[in-house]
Design a protein around this ligand. Sequence first.
Ligand SMILES: Cc1ncc(COP(=O)(O)O)c(C=O)c1O
Length: 394
Amino acid sequence: MTEVSAKRGAFPQRRGGATPGGMSRDVRLEGLLARVSPSLAGLTPYTVPPVPPRIKLDANESPWSLTGEARALIAERLAALDLHRYPDGRAEAVRQALAERLGARPDELVMGVGSDEPIAILLSTFSAPEGGRPPAVLFPGPSFVMYRLGALVRGLRPVEVPLRDDFTLDADVLDAALAHERPALAFWATPNNPTGNSFDAATLRALVEAHPTTLHVVDEAYGPFQRERPEDAPLTLAGWMDELPQVATLGTLSKIGFAGARFGWARLRPELAYEMEKVRQPFNLDAMAQALAHLVLTDLKDLLEAQLRSIVRERETLEAGLDTLGIERFPSRANFVLLRTPLDAAELHRRLLDREVAVRVFKDPRLARCARVTVGTPDENAAALTALEAALRA
Ligand SMILES: Cc1ncc(COP(=O)(O)O)c(C=O)c1O
């Protein structure tokens, strides 16, 4: 990078000298870097690989692209937008459609850019100090990384409570941690990422009822796949909100075919949603995202349901294929399967990439030999199974 030349003026120019290692440094830059929030120290930006492989099963996306008809409909709606105007700051049309779909009140919804943004807004909103220090944010682990990262960047205290070896909730340990930490927020991803299992509803309900001063955020990003059979209605814990004001839910379009649209939501009591609305950027959802989300929730909903069913069906096929190969796997209620092999995860990842298949592996020692494989199309799943078999034999 070339050094920016500073205009000579009233202020003394302080140029960088050479560091002991010989690398030139710029004291102005260093001064600015010293102003970065200390909570960012030790963190690295979230990155994704630049070139997608041929068979992309690493990001829990839907494998199905849109039909020509759906594309034409989207093109027509987007072309009709008045892009010289700001979008609707309350996103009323999509709010109504989403409320109808969820059986929610419109003012219970805080919508955002994916569900990552509602998670960030929750963390910024429920951040009152507790006992003279930043509040705790509790979640079982391993789970979705953004709970920890989002808490850390805001100077909050992430508290991860280990899941049992089979990735189920450890009720006693969680109960003690909730009592001790009195967290402002607890995140419960069910089905959980990256383990794929749903948490036992009775265990979770007892914890939620016993700790009503924590806002319990039930993250149902993978909720639409939570079905015994493809044609079943998906299970949801949203009904708990009727009796329990300490319950919020999260949802997203990302896993069901629209990861590129970036649309998600939090649902919680209107009094609490109102506080979150103070944090939300007024135009966080652009006009295109709003139009697209509205279409997904209305005209395209039958197409989406058909795709969801096929993913649940394919999950069964993928699981059966893994069983046939004798590969250890964990039970899944999501659109991915976590498996465990005798190989180190990084090595398995490399061997699969050599065969043009991308899966997700993790640095967490509890997942040292695990890989998360997203459910793909029938062809992709067959190719992934062939690649797995070969990689484990190599
Ligand atoms: C459990 C869980 N919640 C939320 C998200 C956020 O997804 P998005 O911002 O795409 O809605 C993810 C993404 O992987 C996830 O796994």
